[in-house]
Design a binder for this molecule. Structure first.
Ligand code: PMP
Length: 438
């Protein structure tokens, strides 16, 4: 039994000592004291089915024993900053991770007489994207970056500039970043017409830059933006346009990567593209702070022009954990589970859409699913209050789900990849009751 401080006591400390910008979803914030695979427990021992996984972060399950063992064994042996001495944990994980990248990226590395791709470790997705943007600028000698409206790429100077939603932007200097029209099939100006959206990328190159750009960054499925899938055929055309302008293509796999989309290991693979730089975080560490940038040796070499160093990026504790994550994903066939159960869950959510007018759209792939609530299907009026009430009802029935999207009206369903068919059924039943209560 839990014998720590009460929820009220923690809330008081949080209000007194922690950032006033912190927010939480529920009228009475939950005090989560323990996690086990797809379940979380509060201080009363009440169990919740976790369908958000700390924002698509816990991929193998909370406190997965094999990952815990790897981390604690490494912590007992050595925990150190990263690069001053040799240590096998970082090298082993870099090797294993590089082998997960698609053949084309590896083939390009081989052309440059390297065996494989190059891995840089960071502590977060923000850092990974900052580094990717830096490398694209150095490699191309250009400055302009194109990102998509409604995207989220991080909250440091460069990535906050690339992020394109006012909800997440402060008074940041935005020079050298252009936001292309979002190829959003549900709300986008051109429906699902990829050609029209790509025309905007072309026009940015022609009218907003010298004709040369440093790069293009995009999520495969926008996470924070409300599980927005890009119009089919968009990414290959956008990559082609950007490459013609001399730019590199960066895939932000912070949410969509690491087996979450089910059909593939990486989200970009569902679009049939091969990026020049891949960034990742969240799922890669199953909850421990870890991020990475993977690219070709040729691009990686730009960082030898100066000193580049990250104190904790790739430290032995985190990389030992990362290697265990890859092992568990493989051993427990979690990508396959994300595909099978994710497809089943999406079908069941589509069924729910037939019953509830408030569901305007069901979308996503694998275990990266979105359910958008609208009060009017024609006008697509965001059901902002309704979603908050529904989340509260779902929590009361023992289910935790995320929400997001520009209007805050999209359920984000990104559970740990060990989520079962029974969990999916329970989730849908609970959502059905919650929506019926509105
Ligand atoms: N990219 C994407 C797609 C993300 O969803 C996030 C985090 N929500 C980030 C980058 C930034 O990652 P972090 O919070 O680890 O800095």
């Amino acid at each position: 039994p839990y014998d720590g401080p009460s929820a009220a006591e923690i809330a008081r400390k949080r209000a007194e000592f922690l950032s006033p910008s912190l927010f939480h979803f529920y009228s009475k914030p939950l005090n989560i004291v323990e996690g086990k695979m797809q379940y979380l427990y509060d201080e009363q021992g009440r169990r919740y089915l976790d369908a958000f996984a700390g924002i698509a972060t816990v991929c193998c399950g909370h406190s997965h024993p094999e990952i815990l063992d790897a981390i604690t064994a490494q912590a007992r042996r050595l925990q150190h900053s990263t690069v001053l001495y040799l240590n096998h944990a970082i090298a082993d994980f870099a090797e294993a991770l590089a082998s997960k990248l698609p053949g084309d990226l590896k083939a390009r590395a081989a052309l440059a007489h390297y065996g494989c791709c190059i891995v840089f470790f960071t502590n977060s997705g923000t850092e990974a994207n900052e580094l990717a943007i830096l490398m694209a600028r150095l490699y191309t000698g250009s400055h302009d970056i194109i990102s998509l409206r409604n995207s989220y790429h991080g909250n440091a100077a460069g990535t906050m500039g690339a992020t394109a939603q006012k909800n997440w932007k402060f008074n940041v200097v935005q020079s050298g970043v252009h936001h292309a029209v979002n190829p959003d099939p549900y709300r986008g100006a051109f429906g699902a017409d990829a050609d029209k959206y790509v025309r905007d990328v072309q026009e940015i190159v022609e009218f907003g830059t010298t004709g040369h750009v440093a790069g293009f960054i995009s999520e495969a499925i926008q996470g924070v933006g409300g599980i927005v899938e890009l119009s089919p055929g968009y990414l290959p055309l956008a990559y082609e346009t950007v490459r013609k302008a001399g730019g590199l293509c960066i895939a932000d796999e912070v949410q969509a990567g690491f087996a979450r989309v089910g059909s593939h290991f990486w989200g970009f693979e569902t679009h049939g593209v091969v990026p020049d730089i891949v960034t990742m975080a969240k799922g890669i560490g199953n909850g421990i702070p870890l991020g990475a940038v993977v690219t070709t040796p040729e691009i990686a070499r730009v960082l030898t022009r100066r000193c580049y160093f990250n104190t904790f990026g790739g430290n032995p504790l985190c990389t030992a954990g990362g290697l265990a994550v890859l092992r568990v994903l493989h051993k427990e066939r979690l990508q396959e589970n994300a595909f099978v159960v994710g497809s089943y869950l999406k079908d069941r959510l589509r069924g729910l859409q037939e019953k509830h007018d408030i569901i305007g759209d069901v979308r996503g792939t694998g275990f990266m699913l979105g359910v958008e609530l609208v009060t009017d299907r024609q006008l697509k009026t965001p059901a902002r209050d309704e979603i908050c009430r529904a989340m509260e009802h779902m929590k009361d029935m023992g289910v935790l789900v995320g929400k997001g999207g520009f209007y805050g009206n999209v359920f984000r369903i990104t559970p740990p990849l060990c989520f079962t068919k029974e969990d999916a059924d329970f989730f849908v039943e609970v959502m059905d009751i919650a929506l019926s209560k509105l």
